[in-house]
Design a protein around this ligand. Structure first.
Ligand SMILES: Cc1cc2nc3c(=O)[nH]c(=O)nc-3n(C[C@H](O)[C@H](O)[C@H](O)COP(=O)(O)OP(=O)(O)OC[C@H]3O[C@@H](n4cnc5c(N)ncnc54)[C@H](O)[C@@H]3O)c2cc1C
Length: 407
């Protein structure tokens, strides 16, 4: 048994935990980032597609970028709809390299990183938290003391809640992704393009995707939302099956090599009603449902929540006054309305609409909206241009109707 003392211990080396460790060690605090896997390549589960903005927002380097994309295809059951961009609109990151970069940044500012160790339990004593970690290889328990613990364990929320029963009700989604190497001709069809699949032919109450990585490598996957079945294994089997169908029947590569099969879960609390702070533990990232419930993008928001929480942690350490209620309030002010709208549209799109309804909506969107409006609405949750266009369209229709009646 060893005992060490930190200002902050961050459990979970995902984008949220890595960004918090980076921020707080840069501010001069003694930090420890703990990750249960031995290497960031061991759970490389995220497709990590995003727009360009997060690169500047979080000062991310080029060497973690798998590829750039500029076009989008939405493939419905009957037809595919294309949008073309003149210049890059986003990137697909190497998720392992992103997390390694964040951990390295923390180390370069004096932070410590402990890989291959799993959080087991905590004990809160006065103004300190004692945390037990288990070495995944040797089963040796290490006990550390800290002023604050950050729960960055993503969908598991392992630190905030001592048992699963304490957790609020969650909406569960699950995704499987194949990393494949294809021939050059096939790769060239998908390079610089994100393909999303909607409708029953290529998805199971969710959406599927093809994202390009570096030359000849594609990420192909499928996700399910609003899972009723508690049987994760069956869900994984069905998303694997549909992913294989997309490779064989849609991509139809002359040949391909399977490099990796990975996947993960999303557990989202409607209305963002997670616990943000309790007894020396503050939660960030997917542990506070930062992931968007419609598209499942969560990297940018995990990192944004880490930035916001870091400011409140800094102020707590400087003033001794804890104001984490304000952290929750600020986060909800920023996201709640947009995430509520996303909850509703995801339920309609993935669980309610028929293939024909989906096709009609995508067709309308393609005829009326440019690539930039699509990107704003899909990734940035900005609907102003779209709403303006729809109102103008309805207004013209109404005007035309009145004119006809007058005549
Ligand atoms: C299949 C799939 C595809 C996705 N694609 C995209 C995408 O294209 N774009 C996008 O923006 N988002 C995507 N997401 C969502 C995104 O990956 C997540 O929202 C994001 O990773 C959340 O970051 P986080 O740091 O909060 O949690 P996580 O990334 O889940 O990190 C949590 C970390 O905690 C560790 N951990 C858990 N329990 C313990 C413990 N007891 N002790 C120590 N460590 C522990 C885990 O090993 C993990 O490394 C996808 C998700 C899935 C499942």
């Amino acid at each position: 048994m060893q005992e060490e003392k930190y200002d902050v211990v961050i459990i979970g080396g995902g984008p949220a935990g890595g960004q918090a460790a980076r921020n707080l060690s840069q501010k001069g605090y003694k930090t420890l980032l703990v990750e249960r896997y031995k290497s960031f390549n061991d759970n490389n589960f995220s497709s990590a597609g995003m727009t360009l903005e997060p690169l500047d927002e979080f000062n991310l380097p080029d060497n973690i970028i798998g590829s750039y994309w500029k076009d989008i295809t939405i493939q419905c059951t009957k037809k595919g709809y294309d949008w073309f961009g003149e210049k890059p609109k986003g990137v697909v990151l190497d998720f392992g390299k992103l997390r390694q970069f964040l951990a390295d940044e923390s180390v370069s500012s004096g932070g410590e990183v402990l890989m291959g160790h799993k959080y087991v339990q905590k004990r809160v004593q006065n103004s300190e938290v004692e945390v037990d970690l288990i070495d995944q290889e040797t089963a040796v328990i290490k006990t550390i003391k800290t002023r604050l613990v950050i729960d960055a364990t993503g969908p598991l929320r392992k630190v905030m809640y001592d048992s699963k029963e304490e957790q609020p009700k969650m909406d569960v989604g699950s995704g499987t992704e194949y990393l494949i190497e294809v021939d050059q001709v096939t790769y060239d069809k998908y390079k610089e393009r994100l393909v999303f699949f909607l409708g029953h032919k290529w998805t199971l109450k969710g959406y599927s995707w093809i994202f390009p990585m570096e030359n000849r490598i594609l990420k192909v996957g499928s996700g399910r939302t609003h899972l009723k079945s508690k049987n994760q294994e069956n869900t994984d089997k069905s998303t694997k099956k549909i992913t294989e169908k997309i490779i064989k029947e849609y991509i139809q590569p002359q040949e391909y090599t399977l490099i990796d099969v990975h996947g993960g879960i999303l557990r989202y609390c409607e209305g963002l009603n997670d616990t943000y702070y309790k007894n020396g533990v503050i939660a960030i990232g997917d542990a506070i449902s930062a992931v968007n419930p419609r598209g499942g993008e969560g990297i940018r928001y995990a990192m944004q929540s880490a930035d916001l929480a870091s400011d409140y942690i800094d102020s707590y350490f400087k003033t001794g006054k804890e104001n984490f209620k304000e952290y929750e309030k600020k986060w909800k002010q920023k996201k709640l309305l947009k995430w509520r709208l996303s909850e509703a549209s995801s339920k309609r799109m993935y669980s309610k609409y028929s293939d024909e309804q989906i096709e009609n909506r995508v067709d309308f969107f393609q005829q009326n909206f440019s690539m930039d409006v699509l990107v704003d609405s899909l990734f940035n949750f900005k609907y102003n241009k779209m709403v303006f266009r729809i109102f103008s369209f309805l207004w013209l229709k109404l005007k035309y109707k009145f004119k006809k009646e007058e005549f």
